[in-house]
Design a protein around this ligand. Structure first.
Ligand code: PEP
Ligand code: MG
Length: 857
């Protein structure tokens, strides 16, 4: 019987340019058709467009490649060669996974200049990845017009080969292997693996966490988003499973051509026989590589210490990509699951409110709002209408939305990705009938997870949990809010190896330093427990004297002020014993609103704090410190390559004089309510200071308002080194050690991996503080510190000794900081400070301070 005529698919050029044969592409994976077969284009434009009507199947995390689904055909568009390394620089993705696109619709815009200078080549391959579905290809040549000229004709086979695993077969499983290439399993290494896999008949799957992928499909593997450092496992079943597993594993662990050696075994390389398991059902234990001793570092998310036994928390988002029989039924199931999730959240809110945990209750109120997010709903509904199951459509939708959020540079917004995943998982589990609730915990549980969602926290048995550690997040993430709310010590951004500490291992969590000690000795546990008791006693004693001045033993009064970001905290400043507000982070007030507060509103907001502080306490308002990594949705900002070094702080507001002047007028007007000063963030040059202070003066004159103190923040090495010039003109200098440290050491303060090194106690930073304080004194001005260093009990003697006369700290530690000042003698601090400046590093400074001023708990 003659086979049916294959269907033909016409593909237009995805970009204008000259068609080039894959044989001429200087990349082995494409030249050898390992990724797939097709053509490449030497581009003459800056936008990749859809070559036909399609669904976007996958957008690579590094933004350099997309995969389109055309009725089951997987089409890979790969902008340039080796562009994965750019990590998104110069690339702008215009679509999302799940989007339906029409021929000619723009998909990806790029900066040709940037790519041309940084990438191996701009040559852009367009290949069919699943060639097993293709009878033959016809390629065109010459100059082509994007979205118009046909470049590839695909003749499809009559029947496609399915890739579902064979149920009931024996599954061989490799040991876990770690991906070493920092770029992860991108197109090229995935293609090399697929090429080997295709030599065998066995079902071969690559598993990462609870997800897995067909090892024959480049796209499927790319969709796993295996990053550098991730652990993967190979599963094989079928006639030649053992040989296939050995061949693929060998490719994974041995450096070979073409650059497929992205992985290295971390367990024994022996395959274990197991009965068949549903795809993705890899027990958490199988991924663990015993980490049984040592100290793992992260950042402090909630203070305190606790000892206990490890419990590993894992998520399960896995559902099969399945077609549905009836879209109407799927839609009804989706609606019902969302409604049920709403009810669950309502119940949680009520419970937490009744328990007096208002802040946590509001998290679930926000989850209810997220559940109504129209984009997430629309994408899920579109998936259902396209014939996918409700669970798959929903999972695709919320994970895509969460990834979008996670990619944002604003850490606060990015942290909301966790909420989205949390609420998404809640609905998913309702859809598939998976129970996420009851988790039985041992007594003294130390919970370790990649991330901890509010739902997890609500489900945890709090009588058994002693501490929380997450590999994601920072001091602003949910784990911090949750842990502080529960009064539990917590570490965020902990070394990823924490996920491989065997369940049941005894550990000691130090939430103050962000350190986790594995298998502590009895003496270490005892010491931690004594520290805890001493600390509690110290706190109680400090609190009793909170309202009294902080005066050193030799009679020097030190101003101890508070850092706040919310105008409602004015009363807490007074009750907490602070001498004033050393830093009001005004951008927090702006960020909490959907539009810029107008001049009158700002006047009232700042005035309310000034009123709460009364006539004696100074309120220092910092002008907007936004730009770069801290966007405001209603103030458009240019995207920058290096936002921390870009138009941030004063640079941004000087470029937006209308915004700046509105804020300055409001600050000047609010001074009628109390004692108000203004300061500018991120000052680097005298010109910036002069422009900003001139604006204050102009607005003051226009308002006929009295003068207020005007100062600068010293957060750049330039400002510190030029402090004598600034001190001559400004009324005060407030040192922002958080930024001063990151700029001096060239270490991102938000990067958990650098948390240990980005040390404000480093003598390099101390020397800049010394220069600043000395310059201030020379000109009769005061210098303060409002960065986190001001609250560090080991740093306080050094700062006082260097000539700092104001410490501005977070509200909860005002009383303890005052107590610390009272223990010290300024004369001794001066001697300590001189020695500290000569130390080799921050640790040496700490040893010095402990030796001269005693251990602090
Ligand atoms: C600082 O940089 O030390 C500072 C106080 O400002 P922020 O932390 O708000 O950047
Ligand atoms: Mg700063």
């Amino acid at each position: 019987m003659p086979s049916p005529e294959p269907a033909v698919l016409e593909l237009a050029a995805p970009i204008s340019g000259i068609v080039v044969s894959l044989d001429e592409v200087p990349d082995e994976a494409f030249r050898q058709r390992l990724v797939g077969d097709g053509i490449a284009i030497d581009p003459l434009g800056d936008t990749l467009v859809a070559p036909c009507d399609a669904t976007v199947l996958l957008v690579h995390k590094a933004k350099h490649a997309l995969t389109l689904d055309v009725d089951g055909l997987e089409l890979v568009l790969h902008l340039g060669l080796d562009t994965v390394k750019l990590d998104g620089a110069g690339l702008e993705i215009l679509v999302r996974a799940g989007d339906r696109v029409k021929r000619g619709d723009p998909l990806l815009r790029f900066s040709p200049d940037l790519i041309a200078t940084r990438a191996v080549s701009l040559l852009t391959p367009m290949v069919v990845a699943n060639m097993d579905q293709v009878e033959r290809l016809e390629t065109m040549s010459g100059r082509v017009q994007s979205g118009q000229t046909g470049v590839l004709r695909v003749f499809r086979k009559a029947a496609a080969v399915g890739d579902a695993p064979k149920q009931g077969a024996t599954v061989l499983r490799s040991a876990p292997m770690r991906v070493q290439d920092p770029s992860g399993l991108h197109a090229r290494p995935a293609a090399a693996l697929a090429a080997v896999a295709r030599r065998f008949t066995a079902d071969l799957r690559l598993a990462k966490g609870s997800k897995d992928a067909n090892l024959r499909s480049v796209v499927s593997m790319m969709a796993l988003e295996v990053g550098g450092g991730d652990l993967v496992t190979v599963l094989a079943s079928g006639d030649d499973a053992a040989a296939a597993l050995a061949a693929v594993s060998a490719l994974l662990v041995v450096e070979s051509e073409p650059r497929a050696a992205t992985l290295a075994a971390v367990g024994t390389a022996e395959a274990k026989h197991e009965g068949a398991k549903p795809a993705g059902a890899i027990p958490a234990g199988a991924r663990e590589v015993a980490v049984t001793e040592g100290v793992l570092h992260g950042v402090s998310a909630s203070p305190g210490t606790a000892a206990g036994v490890v419990v590993q928390l894992r998520y399960d988002d896995a559902v099969p990509a399945a077609r549905a029989a009836d879209a109407k039924i799927e839609r009804r199931q989706l609606d019902a699951a969302i409604a049920a999730a709403h009810l669950q959240l309502e119940g949680l809110r009520t419970r937490l409110t009744q328990e007096g945990q208002g802040e946590r209750a509001t998290i679930f109120a926000a989850h209810q709002e997220l559940l109504e997010d129209p984009e997430m709903l629309d994408q899920a509904i579109a998936g259902v209408q396209d014939g996918w199951t409700a669970s798959w459509a929903w999972q695709q939708s919320y994970t895509a939305q969460a990834e979008r959020l996670a990619a944002l540079r604003d850490p606060l917004l990015a942290a909301r990705a966790t909420d989205l995943r949390d609420v998404g998982r809640r609905v998913l589990h309702l859809l598939v009938g998976r129970d996420t609730q009851a988790r039985s915990l041992p007594m003294d549980a130390i919970v370790i997870a990649e991330d901890l969602t509010p739902s997890d926290a609500a489900d945890l048995d709090r009588s058994r949990v002693r501490a929380l550690c997450t590999t994601m997040g920072s001091s602003t993430s949910h784990v911090a809010i949750i842990a502080r709310g529960l009064g539990l010590p917590a570490i965020a951004g902990i070394d990823i190896r924490a996920l491989h500490i065997p369940v049941g291992t005894r550990v000691l969590v130090d939430g103050d330093t962000g350190r986790l000690r594995i298998a502590p000795s009895a003496a270490e546990e005892q010491a931690a427990s004594s520290r805890r008791q001493a600390r509690d006693a110290r706190r109680t004693a400090a609190q009793a004297l909170a309202q009294q001045d902080a005066v050193t033993r030799d009679g020097q009064r030190i101003e101890v002020a508070a850092n706040i970001g919310d105008v409602r905290q004015g009363a807490d400043v007074v009750s907490g014993g602070a001498d004033g507000v050393g830093l009001l982070r005004s951008e927090f007030i702006f960020q909490a609103r959907e539009r810029e507060p107008n001049e009158d509103e700002q006047t009232e907001l700042y005035g309310s704090v000034a009123r709460a502080l009364g006539p004696k306490r100074l309120l220092i308002i910092r002008t907007l410190d936004i730009g770069g990594d801290k966007p405001l949705p209603y103030l458009p900002m240019e995207k920058e390559e290096n936002p921390f070094l870009g138009a941030r702080g004063i640079r941004f507001t000087l470029a937006e004089p209308a915004v700046m002047r509105r804020q300055l007028r409001a600050i000047l007007r609010s001074a009628a309510e109390g004692k108000v000063a203004v300061m500018f963030p991120m000052i680097a040059t005298l010109a910036e200071w002069r422009a900003a202070s001139a604006m204050v003066e102009e607005e003051r004159v226009a308002l006929n308002a009295p003068r207020i103190p005007v100062g600068i923040m010293v957060e750049t090495a330039a400002a510190a080194l030029m402090a004598d010039h600034f001190a001559r003109e400004a009324d005060f200098l407030s040192i922002g050690t958080n930024d001063l440290t990151q700029y001096t050491m060239a270490m991102d303060r938000t990067n958990p991996r650098l948390a240990v090194q980005v040390d404000a106690m480093h003598p390099a930073v101390l020397r800049l503080i010394a220069i600043t304080a000395e310059a201030a004194a020379k000109h009769g001005k005061w210098a303060g510190v409002c960065g986190a260093l001001a609250a560090d009990p080991l740093a306080i003697p050094v700062l006082l000794g260097l000539g700092v006369s104001e410490l501005s700290v977070d509200l909860p530690v005002v009383a303890e900081s005052k107590a610390r000042v009272r223990e010290l003698s300024l004369a001794e601090c001066r001697a300590t400070a001189q020695l500290a400046l000569d130390c080799a590093d921050g640790e040496e400074v700490r040893v010095l301070v402990r030796a001269r001023h005693g251990e602090v708990n």
